[in-house]
Design a protein around this ligand. Structure first.
Ligand code: FES
Length: 259
């Protein structure tokens, strides 16, 4: 981490002309935020706290504005990820066409779960909502490039090619060794200890999302109370996945591996 922190000013100096050119394209400089974040992610493999601070300085906005934008989009990673980020669609059209079996195959063959990275740092795996390619279900993205009409043989071929480094989509830049998960609730460097009411770690145990609801269980129950259709298995699985991720974050924070 320290090595990378030291390397960031050099990266920023190298990218500065490109950053300036991007910002100059827009009447309102704040519009350059997403392209700038893509640029940093392309070179760092994720969007670091330093990159968010640099963007805030360039665009004259607060770091909180940058972080809230970055955390909104699942296509930005706030911690280092594997060389290949596999995002399998679990939307309705894909589910009807066999997404459950596709997801199970990826999980079993990679030996990881939703929002996890393999120990060798090659694969990160995530199950995502509709990728807007429903006519080609079941589908996925690898490093944000689409893969359509997935079947078991295709999955085997994809995994083998990624392991061999010969997959058609190039690997992500990897400037730092990834941890077990890249999921981040909130970066303390950016938030400087401030948290929204009801956020993880706030003194509001009975609030949905508060300390008593680390995995969002209360929030899910509130959704069910509203009378919205929420299949029992889906709730159980969502809670289990969230619980696994919270456990990973806590383990990493305890071991000092968190960033
Ligand atoms: S449901 Fe999978 S792309 Fe829409």
């Amino acid at each position: 981490m320290n090595e990378r922190r030291e390397a960031f000013p050099a990266l920023l100096a190298r990218l500065r002309p490109e950053c300036d050119a991007i910002v100059a394209q827009y009447e309102d400089r704040r519009s350059a935020l997403l392209p700038l974040m893509h640029l940093f992610q392309q070179h760092e493999g994720f969007v670091s706290a330093e990159a968010m601070q640099a963007a805030a300085d360039m665009l004259d906005v607060t770091p909180a504005v940058v972080e809230s934008t970055v955390s909104f989009y699942t296509l930005f990673y706030r911690r280092p990820v594997g060389k290949y980020v596999v995002q399998v669609c679990r939307g309705l059209a894909c589910t009807i066409n066999g997404a459950e079996s596709v997801m199970r195959t990826f999980r079993e063959k990679l030996g990881i779960e939703h929002l996890q990275t393999t120990d060798d740092g090659v694969f990160s795996y995530e199950e995502v909502e509709c990728l807007a390619a429903c006519d080609r279900a079941t589908c996925a993205q690898v490093n944000l490039e689409f893969v359509y009409d997935l079947d078991q043989k295709q999955i085997d071929d994809m995994i083998a090619a990624m392991r061999a480094g010969t997959y058609k989509t190039p690997p992500m830049a990897q400037t730092e060794t990834p941890g077990k998960t890249w999921h981040v609730a909130q970066l303390p460097e950016i938030s400087k200890g401030r948290q929204a009411p009801g956020a993880r770690g706030t003194e509001s145990p009975n609030n949905a999302g508060g300390v008593g609801d680390k995995v969002g269980e209360i929030m899910l129950d509130r959704i069910i109370d509203l009378g919205l259709a929420f299949h029992g298995d889906t709730r159980e699985r969502a809670v289990k996945q969230a619980r696994d991720v919270v456990k990973l974050i806590e383990e990493e924070e305890k071991s000092g591996a968190g960033h």
